[in-house]
Write a protein that binds this ligand. Structure first.
Ligand code: PLP
Ligand code: COI
Length: 351
């Protein structure tokens, strides 16, 4: 696809109505969105236009068969006013991996990157500059083609919308280690960012919230013995001075924050083990006083320390450390993202 992006600007920006000092996560939307349509076998009509409701037929296959995938990214401003992205091509590649599994056409990397960068230029004023806030970016692709036949659609849309956002979790995070329900199964779509993976989590998560927890930590669907990941983030567990995280698999999202944290921690000479970790190992460590930290890692969650967890009716509190790995690693990754530190890895991309 070589067509130029059409730009239709909003008549009057909504930005003055937004309190940038008090931003919720993902619920205030910027002025514009980028859309590209897959039709007649090719991606076409790239356009940036005002963020607004879209029109779809009730027969669109997204409504019936859930052919829908998404990504989560963030844009930051540095002290010089540059707009920065973090490893954006990795998001595009993962979107295409999800697309392959859901039989959605591959989006060419240049279409994705050009649309994203142009959108960020048009809505540059929406990128928060205050500490802890950023412009959350939500690219998504779905079946816009029609039909009740249970087969892939012949039309799709890629939309990129953005939302200036603050922290994903308000306050301390308490998690419940799941014993009954499963997020993903072998051979399934757990590794993909498919909308259905999240819908399937809502019921068990609601049960956990009713019991006073914020998120579920998923265990393997077969034995429920091994820690996998949480609903919106990968999980790191510190036993004594070793940081442990589960290997990715076809049930676990290959998080970009996760792999960045592994790299940064190793380069800080933190002992990192990527291996299966059982719930019984975590409980034994907690009982022996060796369980020092648990934290989640993800684009929305950044690094979210876990204050405690529940398992089989018992609650376990994590100690409050003076210099937790979570704090050290959070500072290291956000300093790279916002250009407060050197980026030896080449992860930062200037728009
Ligand atoms: N696991 C799940 C289920 C997620 O939704 C996310 C968020 O994207 C992550 C892990 C973390 O992935 P990333 O660091 O690429 O945002
Ligand atoms: C992200 O971290 O970007 C995600 O996509 C997680 C989502 C559930 C908010």
């Amino acid at each position: 696809m070589s067509s130029k992006i059409e730009i239709k600007r909003i008549d009057k920006s909504k930005i003055d109505s937004v309190d940038f000092n008090n931003l919720p996560f993902g619920s205030v939307f910027s002025d514009h969105m980028f859309t590209c349509t897959f039709k007649d076998g090719k991606w076409q009509n790239p356009i940036i236009e005002p963020f607004a409701p879209i029109s779809l037929s009730p027969a669109a296959k997204i409504f019936h068969y859930g052919q829908s995938i998404f990504e989560g990214m963030k844009a930051y401003k540095d002290a010089e006013g540059n707009t920065l992205l973090f490893r954006p091509l990795d998001n595009c590649k993962r979107l295409n991996k999800s697309a392959e599994r859901l039989v959605i056409p591959q989006i060419p990397e240049d279409v994705f990157m050009d649309g994203l960068k142009e959108l960020l230029k048009v809505d540059e004023a929406w990128i928060p500059t205050n500490e802890g806030s950023s412009l959350y970016i939500r690219p998504f692709m779905f079946a816009s083609g029609n039909g009740f036949h249970a087969s892939p659609a012949n039309e799709y849309k890629l939309i990129i919308a953005t939302a200036p956002s603050g922290a994903y979790f308000a306050g301390k995070v308490k998690v419940l280690i799941e014993e009954k329900y499963a997020r993903a199964a072998n051979g399934g779509v757990g590794f993909a960012k498919a909308g259905g993976n999240y819908a399937a989590q809502f019921y068990p998560t609601q049960l956990a919230i009713e019991k006073g927890y914020n998120q579920v930590i998923w265990t393997d669907d077969n034995t429920h013995e091994f820690i996998e990941e949480a609903g919106a983030m990968n999980i790191f567990i510190r036993i004594n001075d070793t940081l442990i995280t589960s290997p990715t698999s076809d049930r676990i999202l290959d998080g970009i924050t996760r792999k960045s944290i592994i790299q940064i921690a190793e380069d800080m000479n933190i002992d990192v083990e990527v291996r299966k970790i059982s719930v019984s190992e975590v409980i034994a460590a907690a009982q022996a006083g060796n369980l020092k930290e648990m934290f989640g890692a993800g684009t929305a969650a950044v690094i979210s320390p876990i204050a405690g967890f529940g398992y089989q009716g018992s609650d376990y509190d994590l100690p409050e450390l003076e210099t937790p790995f979570a704090g050290i690693l959070k500072k290291a990754i956000t300093d790279i993202q916002t250009n407060k530190a050197k980026d030896p890895y080449g992860w930062r991309v200037v728009v």
